[in-house]
Design a protein around this ligand. Structure first.
Ligand code: AFD
Ligand code: MN
Ligand code: MN
Length: 408
């Protein structure tokens, strides 16, 4: 395929429909967009319905995860930071974090050309069976509060001052716990932690409707995260994981409400089909609509960096090739962003004022669902001297073969 010709024709077509200004802005946004990749996508998950199957060549430790994340950044130019999990990545025994490992990993990542992004304390694994921040045993709560404060300190010193909190706390059956007690302990432990957290560290509280086998989760929806964030202070916000809602929830409305309330928030991007599937991101219309709210709210690709929300991928591909999977996610996010920028706001505003419902929807969808923005994505990659097709470049690079041999 003659890519240059294809790109030129495609850009021309988009300019005919949306105008040069919009297309230029869309290319700029794609060039500037950055998203964190999770360390956990590269490791092995073990267990599950495929037994211990993990794609060959998986990363056996945080250093190999960093190697893999670096290669993804080399191919995409938009993933300069890796999100890590304290007890998965910085602990020998899976119970206590190890400061020495953090420092060593920080140096290693810097040498390889990427940096640490969001730090997630690990509120699950050994010792969390009765909860973490809501555990009736104060010693357990204290251990997780200390880990949280530790996480904030390393987020400030070695990361990008971002702490992301996800709690699996809740219950398996009605009657098992006192629901309001659980919420009050969660709030108390969060406040206790926040008081010790450096004031320039952003704390994002993630919500989730359920875990397999739960009757209740203490932080089950965005409203709970919002109340808790407001109880903490101005550096606290809501973390929206796309797989954490009941089916049919209008996530775009949640996003626009949080933007209107000037809360500093963030995303864990993935695709869900049945539940919290942690699949690779697909460029579906809902994600483009979410990006439209972010672009309109000026919390993405804003030149005033502080205004930008935090953008992370949270996917765990136990079955497919994880490089193909994460590269697919990055491509899908770029496509969604490019579409969102093309939306003809003025035209839609006009139609809204005239109560032209279907015409407004069709105008909106001409950018969100119908147009092919791949020429914009490729133009952005061309201008950044990046591979036009990262997955194809990955396949041709020989990296997969190398890690399969090395990591036998
Ligand atoms: C699980 C949880 C949640 C969390 C992630 C990493 O559902 O999304 O953010 O693990 O800790 O996917
Ligand atoms: Mn998540
Ligand atoms: Mn999840």
């Amino acid at each position: 395929m003659n890519y240059e010709k294809w790109i030129e024709n495609g850009i021309k077509q988009l300019e005919d429909e949306f105008g040069q200004e919009k297309v230029k802005k869309s290319i700029e946004y794609v060039k500037n967009f950055e998203v964190e990749i999770p360390s956990w996508i590269f490791g092995n998950f073990g267990g599950g319905r495929f037994g211990n199957y993990t794609p060959p060549g998986y990363a056996r430790n945080i250093y190999e995860k960093i190697d893999d994340a670096c290669f993804v950044h080399k191919l995409t130019g938009c993933t300069p930071r890796i999100a890590t999990h304290i007890l998965w990545d910085f602990s020998i025994n899976g119970i206590e974090p190890d400061y020495k490992i953090v420092k060593d990993v920080y140096e290693y990542a810097k040498e390889k050309g990427i940096s640490l992004g969001a730090i997630s304390p690990t509120y699950f694994l050994t010792g969390s069976h009765r909860g973490s921040f809501t555990c009736p045993d104060i010693k357990t709560r204290k251990r997780y509060i200390e880990q949280t404060i530790f996480g904030a300190e390393i987020a400030k010193k070695y990361g990008n001052k971002l702490l992301t909190l996800w709690f699996p706390d809740g219950s398996l059956y009605p009657g098992q716990i006192d629901l309001s007690e659980s919420y009050k302990l969660m709030k108390k432990s969060l406040i206790e932690s926040y008081e010790e957290i450096p004031k320039d560290v952003i704390v994002l509280i993630e919500y989730k409707l359920f875990e397999p086998g739960t009757y209740s989760t203490t932080i089950s929806d965005w409203g709970t995260s919002y109340i808790l964030a407001k109880a903490l202070g101005k550096n606290a916000g809501v973390l929206i994981d796309l797989g954490h809602h009941p089916h049919g929830v209008n996530i775009e409305q949640i996003v626009s409400t949080l933007i209107s309330e000037n809360l500093h928030c963030g995303f864990h991007f993935n695709t869900r089909y049945a539940a919290d599937d942690d699949h690779a991101v697909e460029p579906n219309p809902q994600i483009a609509r979410i990006f439209y709210e972010l672009v309109k709210g000026k919390v993405i690709c804003n030149k005033e960096k502080k205004k930008n929300w935090a953008y992370m991928i949270d996917q765990a591909s136990g079955r497919e090739n994880r490089f193909h999977s994460i590269l697919h996610s990055i491509d899908s996010l770029q496509i969604s962003l490019a579409r969102a920028v093309l939306v003809e706001e003025e035209k839609i505003k006009n139609l809204q004022n005239k109560d032209e419902i279907i015409l407004a929807n069709r105008t909106f969808n001409s950018a969100i669902s119908l147009c092919d923005v791949r020429p914009i994505i490729l133009k952005a990659r061309l201008e950044k001297n990046l591979p036009l097709d990262p997955i194809k470049s990955y396949i041709e690079s020989g990296y997969q073969k190398k890690i399969e041999v090395k990591r036998k």
